[in-house]
Design a protein around this ligand. Sequence first.
Ligand SMILES: CSCCC(=O)C(=O)COP(=O)(O)O
Ligand SMILES: [Mg+2]
Length: 213
Amino acid sequence: MTNHTPPKAILLDIEGTTSSISFVADELFPYARKHLAAFVEANPEVVAPILAQVPGDDPVATLFQWIDEDRKETPLKTLQGLIWAQGYADGELKGHVYPDTPEALRRWTEAGIKVNIYSSGSIAAQKLIFGHSVAGDLTPFLSSYFDTTTGPKRDSDSYTKIIDALDLAPSELLFVSDMVAEVDAAHEAGLQALLIDRAGGAADVHSLAEVLP
Ligand SMILES: CSCCC(=O)C(=O)COP(=O)(O)O
Ligand SMILES: [Mg+2]
């Protein structure tokens, strides 16, 4: 982090930052893959505008390929969020958050620092993971949500759009992510940004307990 102005707000990535990569990769993505075909079959009117955004003659096959390649395509992310809703509703899915995540959300909120989310997962999916988390409903601690409809997370313009939406100066917003390319894009837009590595490797921080402690 190059700028040391106290931030007025925080912007958090999810996978690898608030929540484990394995929960997303080994539980959420396989759940969506398993239920995708049946969901498409059962909800033709809901999925029609989503499938219309997927290229190719066989959009469902393209979606399966995107899942396998971990592509952050907006139609896939929208559909995954819709499919996960059932899993959270019936208790098969419980949103993973590291123990320091709810503690940090409380600490920052009490200090008057607004907490916002920016994930490749859809806004609906973000509300589900925090609304049905292992630590209970954490959505009361969250102010705004941003997803790929704002733009890709590796594009500095996306962070400029978020600053404008939050009505902040760039240096007033602190972004935390486990992805170097995302941290670089946020820096390019003038944000403060920290790289987190939950596995203890080279990074600015290793848990959210170290962020504005
Ligand atoms: C909202 S939980 C699912 C997250 C997701 O779908 C994903 O691709 C992870 O993206 P992130 O930007 O949170 O690393
Ligand atoms: Mg991440």
